[in-house]
Design a protein around this ligand. Structure first.
Ligand code: ATP
Ligand code: MG
Length: 139
């Protein structure tokens, strides 16, 4: 298996709920290393750019409202098969369908406010990491 990097976001609901520590502890316990991390408040423009692939969807406005509703933690996670493994740890987009003990089952309230983001492919991971981090900010 290849060492990969993937972008993770702890979304505003999970930051407000004070789950940052538990979520990062879970990634580390699963063998994913934090290669970069920052707490930040996304602007509207940054949220819209990040989720541009969903701009035609009916939930896009709501998604950007939510992502700008409070601070988020953006992280680059590194490890074997990190992209798929992070998605498995996160669970299904809708927490109602998420497996037990996944981050979304544990911390998310709804499909719109679902605690974490994770890149879904190598191309997305490269684009999303570059969206938030300069290479010298990653180690
Ligand atoms: P993310 O990209 O945030 O990791 P995902 O890859 O599991 O989530 P996507 O299909 O990429 O799911 O959707 C992006 C985000 O848009 C979801 O995390 C969710 O917050 C929101 N979203 C998706 N579908 C809906 C929906 N039907 N109603 C409201 N919000 C939705
Ligand atoms: Mg997605």
């Amino acid at each position: 298996m290849a060492i990969e990097r993937t972008l993770s976001i702890i979304k505003p609901d999970a930051v407000k709920g004070q789950h940052i520590g538990q979520i990062i502890a879970r990634f580390e316990a699963e063998g994913l290393r934090i290669a970069g991390a920052r707490l930040c408040q996304l602007s509207r423009r940054e949220a819209e750019g990040f989720y541009a692939e969903h701009s035609a969807r009916g939930f896009f406005g709501e998604l950007c409202d939510f992502m700008t509703s409070g601070p988020v933690v953006v992280m680059a996670l590194e490890g074997d098969d990190a992209i798929a493994r992070n998605r498995a740890i996160m669970g299904a987009t809708n927490p109602a369908n998420a497996e037990p003990n996944t981050l979304r089952k544990l911390y998310a309230a709804s499909v719109g406010e679902n605690a974490v983001h994770g890149s879904d492919s190598p191309a997305a991971a490269a684009r999303e990491i570059a969206y938030f981090f300069r290479s010298i900010e990653l180690s």
